[in-house]
Design a protein around this ligand. Structure first.
Ligand SMILES: Nc1ncnc2c1ncn2[C@@H]1O[C@H](COP(=O)(O)OP(=O)(O)OP(=O)(O)O)[C@@H](O)[C@H]1O
Ligand SMILES: [Mg+2]
Length: 244
């Protein structure tokens, strides 16, 4: 689904990654970060950009380097300093030999430890910062912003040329979202009327994932009862199931 605020966030990320700068995307859980990163990837022409996607979990610096190496097709073995050097060489090779700009996308970055974030900063360092080779796009839940605001992350924070944020859907956007999901699922009509959409909005608060869960569960309830339209009662029953 294309919504203006999502398009704006995407445009901000693209206009940062295109000239090899780095960006951060922060938003609460389930509000469309990963989906937006997928659009970012397809928005960067493959002939000129080499996008590497890494989904981060709590890793040490060395293990993180190994994960990135695997994503980049570099050998994931060796000591930590050796891995950093190999990755930097890899990014330079991509840039020079293939003529493609490397972009490293890190999802779930709020789980990064401060020293791993510092390591990422080192990865983007070429010729003492005189050249921009690698763009970093780090995405994560809101604690990522506090992580970047720490005193010891000042160098990394300075690297981030653009901060994008996502918000919850409005009532009107929620209706568009539900209609879109129904259409994608192959339904010729939207089995939620205005009052039911109000209930979905009130309970799910415009969070995409909460809306998904609630809408699906209430569809189950409606189907079990033999109804072709979901009622407010089905939504309330679904809420009790999901968030007792
Ligand atoms: N633009 C969109 N159009 C249609 N569906 C979307 C869109 N953006 C997100 N979604 C759907 O909303 C749900 C949540 O999105 P997504 O997984 O991207 O959120 P997230 O912010 O990455 O969540 P988390 O913090 O848990 O990783 C998914 O089911 C996804 O398919
Ligand atoms: Mg995600």
């Amino acid at each position: 689904l294309r919504l203006p605020f999502l398009d704006d966030a995407l445009a901000g990320l693209l206009s940062t990654a295109l000239p090899r700068m780095s960006a951060a995307l922060t938003a609460p859980a389930g509000t469309g970060k990963t989906a937006l990163l997928r659009r970012l990837r397809s928005g960067l022409p493959e002939a000129r950009y080499h996008v590497h996607y890494v989904k981060v979990t709590g890793l040490s610096k060395r293990d993180m380097c190994r994960e990135i190496a695997v994503a980049c097709g570099a050998q994931p073995a060796g000591s930590y300093p050796m891995l950093v050097r190999r990755l930097q060489e890899r990014f330079e090779t991509t840039a020079h030999n293939e003529g493609r700009r490397p972009v490293l996308v890190l999802d779930e970055s709020h789980e990064l430890s401060p020293d791993v974030l510092g390591m990422l900063r080192i990865l983007t360092n070429f010729d003492m910062d005189s050249r921009l080779v690698l763009s970093l796009v780090i995405a994560g839940q809101s604690p990522l912003r506090s992580l970047l605001a720490r005193d010891d992350q000042e160098a990394m924070a300075r690297r981030i040329a653009h901060y994008a944020q996502l918000r919850l859907l409005s009532r009107d956007e929620l209706a568009q979202y539900v209609a879109h999901r129904c259409a994608v699922a192959g339904s010729a009509r939207v089995p939620f009327d205005d009052r039911t959409l109000d209930a979905l909005f009130e309970i799910g608060r415009g969070n995409l994932r909460a809306t998904d869960d609630l809408a699906l569960k209430s569809l189950d309830y409606a189907a079990t009862a033999g109804h072709t339209t979901v009622s407010v009662q089905h939504v309330i029953a679904a809420r009790k199931d999901l968030w007792p």
